[in-house]
Design a binder for this molecule. Structure first.
Ligand code: ADP
Length: 746
């Protein structure tokens, strides 16, 4: 994999610098234009006109989706909730474009604007196409084009039209891009390279792929095909929920999950945070930790600030208590040219069941614009020194728009790796640590994602399948250990940036670095989701033992199964490839499977008291020392506590997180093993064994028994005073030295 990089850069330099190649490419694009027109002629124009939705017909509900519409109506409370909670965590430019600036883009007549059926929207998005073709040529794109050039030459030689032949052989994959928003430009380029068929205004009949800009719910009533968003991903990746999911894993596997800085959730852990920091400072007066406060609903660095003392927290906003995560600040990041930088890596979750994860071999490095100094009271407010967000640093006078991939304020990750490799760093080790971080993070997210998935797309009902590109933000510490900062559900896929071309005059210009990385990611995601690609991508599930190192390979095992005229995939499969190394971590997923079983398929995400009792009975967890009355008390206490922590949730009942808490509590109460994870594994065996026995004797659809004693709040003593729960609470807040130690190690 890594040895690919020199080739990429050699190609890039050759292609972009060589005048004859530039001319040839212009010629080539003329030929591609003609070829596209010929392909269009082959397709039935009448059919195309019928298929494209006119703006007026976009809202029409197609006849064949009426069932799903009914289903959605019947679950409107859940969908309504999900939608109302949905928030774009789009970084970079996503927000700008959702609003005014999309329409500000100057419509340019691109090489492709003559395509029949192309929408007004797509014309608006074709920005300075020719300029980009010449300036922003990427290695991968250049490769596609040079392959095409070779093909064209062959065709000319044989007097044939290769493009129309391809179109006749196989029905082009159809992509609905009507909701693509800011990823539209890169998406259009990808679809053109693949010779697939775009429906910029939507389509009356189903498309193979739906590309959404924000959430799963952007297009309603999709009953087939594939959608590029998972239900619930936006919610799961909010700062608080991500912290909770990782923290649950930290309780079970503290060593494995020490890549996430120590975090406290505000306002609920304000007291705990204050007390712990006071104790820490009392114990060692030389310690001067710094903390970063991140509003839960923020993105692009909005509302983030650094503090050195809990008293400096700005917890209250108006009369409302602000939800936020306060996190240990990594004080010794790796610096290049004295600047702090972070890494944006693109990760494709191709499927949840079975779990399939791909990582893009190329990413972006975003640099600060003020030389870094360790935090001091004086520099705490220097955002250009401490925050790497593009959206902030672009406003600094020092920001350098990159003309090449290895200079400026936004560079390719591979160029950074080159720099550090030249200093003798083992970059394969860095990569394998990053791969492990990504897999472990996705494993932490999967259980709850499955609950969202089942609520929106219950098994056995018609619905699409989902995949999603995520943006992982990673910081390298001085000791090269990668640290997870956050995961974006809607990473910016824009391939142009705003630039002041003359004083006060801003224009969108192509960004070669963004194009280099993002077009490859989108195109290769599409290739992997190609419905015709029946042959499953090779996966090496025969990997080594969990102790084996991750081997950073150089080849592309996916190559042969995909279209041969395209470059090898920039997305590398890491799961199930490394199943054996990471499968032991998937403990919470097993708890979620039990939760889902008792939840049923009614589109709900919360377990009622009857469902919880049925779970206890069916798993035979109640006995003389754990009566059904205690079960009811446990249910009420935990559910009430979580309702307080999730104030915006409209659904009553026990969430998965609350169920996990109850499960951990019961495991600790029942088994005397030393480690929580051992206790949990033992309880899982008990539950799974009992349920398996029942599956053999009767079907899954057993009805919950009528509730005999309905638990009431007034009758419930506080179960949190019990030793086991206090212990878990303690466990949850224990390893303060973990990241503080990491901070001093580097
Ligand atoms: P946002 O969604 O607003 O971009 P992030 O969590 O990505 O929020 O934080 C913004 C920036 O702050 C990051 O890009 C990084 O430069 C810096 N940062 C975030 N968390 C930490 C941390 N724990 N230690 C050091 N720097 C951090």
């Amino acid at each position: 994999m890594l040895v690919d990089y020199p080739d990429i850069f050699t190609n890039l330099n050759e292609i972009t610098n060589h005048p004859t190649i530039i001319n040839t490419m212009s010629d080539h694009y003329e030929r591609v234009k003609i070829e596209l027109q010929q392909m269009k002629a082959v397709e039935s124009e009448a059919a195309a006109d019928k298929e494209q939705l006119s703006p007026a017909s976009v809202t029409t509900v197609p006849a064949e989706v009426s069932f799903a519409a009914r289903r959605d109506l019947s679950r409107s409370s859940i969908n309504g909730r999900s939608r109302s909670k949905s928030r774009s965590k789009a970084d970079g430019h996503e927000r700008q474009v959702n609003g005014k600036q999309l329409s500000d883009l100057t419509p340019q007549k691109s090489d492709y604007s003559q395509e029949k059926g192309q929408s007004r929207l797509s014309n608006e998005q074709n920005i300075k196409g020719t300029l980009r073709l010449l300036k922003g040529k990427t290695a991968a794109n250049s490769h596609v084009e040079s392959c095409q050039r070779e093909k064209d030459l062959k065709c000319e030689h044989h007097g044939k039209e290769d493009g129309s032949k391809v179109a006749k052989k196989r029905r082009a994959v159809t992509v609905d891009t009507s909701k693509a928003k800011t990823s539209l430009e890169a998406l259009k380029m990808s679809i053109r390279q693949l010779k697939w068929k775009e429906f910029p205004m939507g389509r009356r009949t189903a498309c193979d792929i739906y590309w959404h800009g924000v959430s799963f719910h952007d297009n309603e009533n999709i009953v087939s095909g594939q959608v590029n968003k998972f239900p619930g991903m936006i919610e799961m990746l909010r700062k608080i929920n991500l912290s909770r999911a990782v923290r649950t894993m930290q309780e079970l596997f503290p060593e494995e999950y020490n890549f996430y800085p120590r975090s406290w959730i505000l306002p609920e852990e304000y007291q705990l945070f204050s007390t712990q920091i006071r104790l820490l400072k009392d114990n060692d007066s030389t310690l001067k930790p710094t903390f970063i406060v991140k509003p839960d609903s923020g993105s692009q660095g909005d509302g983030i600030y650094l503090i050195r003392d809990p008293a400096d927290l700005r917890v209250i906003s108006g009369s409302q208590i602000k939800q936020a995560v306060v996190q240990e600040y990594i004080q010794k990041p790796l610096l290049i040219d004295k600047l702090k930088f972070d890494i944006r890596l693109y990760v494709l979750v191709r499927s949840l069941e079975p779990l399939e994860i791909y990582i893009a071999k190329e990413g972006l490095s975003r640099f600060c614009t003020e030389p870094y100094q360790e935090p001091s009271q004086k520099n705490l407010s220097h955002v250009f020194m401490h925050l790497t967000n593009y959206s902030l640093n672009v406003h600094s006078g020092n920001f350098v728009h990159s003309d090449s991939c290895s200079t400026g304020s936004k560079r390719t990750f591979s160029s950074v790796l080159y720099r550090i490799a030249s200093k003798g760093v083992d970059i394969k080790k860095v990569w394998s640590d990053i791969i492990a971080l990504v897999i472990k993070t996705v494993i932490a997210l999967v259980p709850e994602l499955k609950v969202y998935y089942q609520a929106d797309i219950p098994p056995g009902k018609p619905g699409p399948t989902c995949f999603q590109i995520l943006g992982f933000d990673i910081l390298l510490m001085k000791n090269l250990k990668p640290v997870l900062l956050e995961v974006n559900a809607n990473p910016s896929m824009r391939i142009e940036h705003e630039q002041e071309v003359s004083p006060g005059v801003y224009e969108y210009v192509p960004s070669p670095v963004d194009e280099e990385v993002k077009v490859g990611v989108i195109r290769d995601t599409l290739r992997l989701m190609d419905p015709a690609q029946r042959k499953h991508v090779t996966s090496n599930t025969e990997g080594g033992s969990p102790e084996d190192a991750i081997v950073v390979e150089t080849g592309s095992d996916e190559k042969e199964s995909l279209t041969d005229s395209l470059p090898s995939l920039c997305l590398k499969q890491v799961f199930p490839k490394y199943t054996k190394q990471f499968n032991y971590l998937r403990v919470v997923e097993r708890i979620a499977a039990i939760f889902l079983r008792f939840l049923g398929v009614k589109g709900t995400m919360r377990l009622g008291p009857t469902g919880f009792r049925t779970f206890i009975r069916n798993c035979k967890l109640s006995n003389s020392s754990f009566s059904m009355a205690s079960v009811d008390i446990l249910y009420i206490d935990i559910t009430r506590r979580w309702a307080g922590m999730l104030p915006d949730s409209r659904e009553a009942g026990m969430s998965l997180q609350a169920f996990i808490e109850a499960f951990f509590y019961m495991a600790a109460r029942r088994f005397k093993a030393v480690l929580l994870r051992e206790q949990v594994l033992l309880l899982l065996e008990v539950c799974e064994g009992a349920l398996e026995g029942q599956s053999h004797s009767h079907s899954h659809s057993e009805k919950p028994r009528p509730q005999r004693s309905h638990p009431t709040q007034s009758s419930a003593p506080n179960a949190f005073s019990s030793p086991a729960l206090t212990r878990r609470h303690h466990l949850r807040h224990q390893p303060l030295q973990l990241s503080a130690k990491a901070n001093t190690e580097n």
